[in-house]
Design a protein around this ligand. Sequence first.
Ligand code: ZN
Ligand code: ZN
Length: 401
Amino acid sequence: MSSRSKPGSALKEEYTRELHVDEWRVFWRNLRCAFIAETIPGMIYREMMNALGFLAKPYFFRFQAIPGFITVNMLVNEGYSPKEALEKYAWLHTIGGRGKAEIVEADLDKPKVVVKVYDPAITQWFRRNVKNVKTEFPFYDCSWLGYSWVGAVKAALSEGSGGSIPVTYDSGKCFALGDEYCEFHVERSEREEDPFQDLEEDYLTHSLHSKSVKSIAHASSGRMNEKIWKLIDMLEVRGDGEICIGRERILLVEGGMYSLAQMLLPVELFGGVVYGAYMRSHLDYGRFLAKQGRKYGLERVLDFFLSSASSMGWGKLELVEFEESRVVLGTYQSIYAETAKDYIAKTGLKRRPVCTYGWVVEGILNYFAEVEGKPPFVSKEEKCVAKGDNYCEFVLSRKTS
Ligand SMILES: [Zn+2]
Ligand SMILES: [Zn+2]
């Protein structure tokens, strides 16, 4: 089932059945999700590997086990058998535009699960944007995909007695390195290496499950958002497991896990280097958008970013103030903040702002500031739902010197 390609209309049908929109939030079944251009994770992952080298795996990529774990755990809680839940996860992989995923072996007693991914997103970005992946990153192996499957298998094992077995992956083949597809072998870790070390697994299992029940109640209240459905209508399907808008490849990601997997936990455990790389890649993405849209001018590029991020399910982003030396951006229902807030409350972590949108806007403003020979802006998230405010607010001020 997971291996069949989906023609465009069938995919829309699946989306209509399984996606719910509630104001500015998008849910796949019970999970908060978002659409994202593959350029963004591409830039983040390249920057992480530049900054951290082979430590990118333990310091950053391993947290990608979280979205896989949460998704399969949710499916098992809904009544799928562990194997069915893994098949469904492979299917989400495919219709979510991450590339067609095929489970070629699933022996949960061993345990051993082997997955092939064709036309993997982000990996394709690396092939296009990094001249020689192997030379530049000798340790490269599409860790984000590998760990997401580790999380998925771990959740499938938790149903039986295998929940405490440390599992990890080996990358057999890799599309970025010239193979036809990526292949991951998820098995017991011989060195007892456990990507779930230091993670609040209990929290991930229970609280997100109860939260998802709430979200369904929300979603069925029927508050639809036309802008989001319009975006879904614009998605085109190409090949197997490829979704695009125009030239840009788009993925549906378990975005609610983004703030945990990409930012909150790596920064909590490994601090400034991860934070710095994360910030730089968002600034770069802003500059990239500005450069692409240079001929349309600053205001139209800004408007494009704010309205597309809003329609993609990241929260409602809008300009509150737009002056020569001061720009204020308000964000409501931010996917980062709403997930992080619950996690912080449960685990007693330090409450702090967690959203990324201000950096992208800073990158856009500063590209144009540079063109005009003016001093750059610096952004600060002054208010954030994750630290207890009612909404998020970024203040961008032009440097005075
Ligand atoms: Zn690969
Ligand atoms: Zn925030």
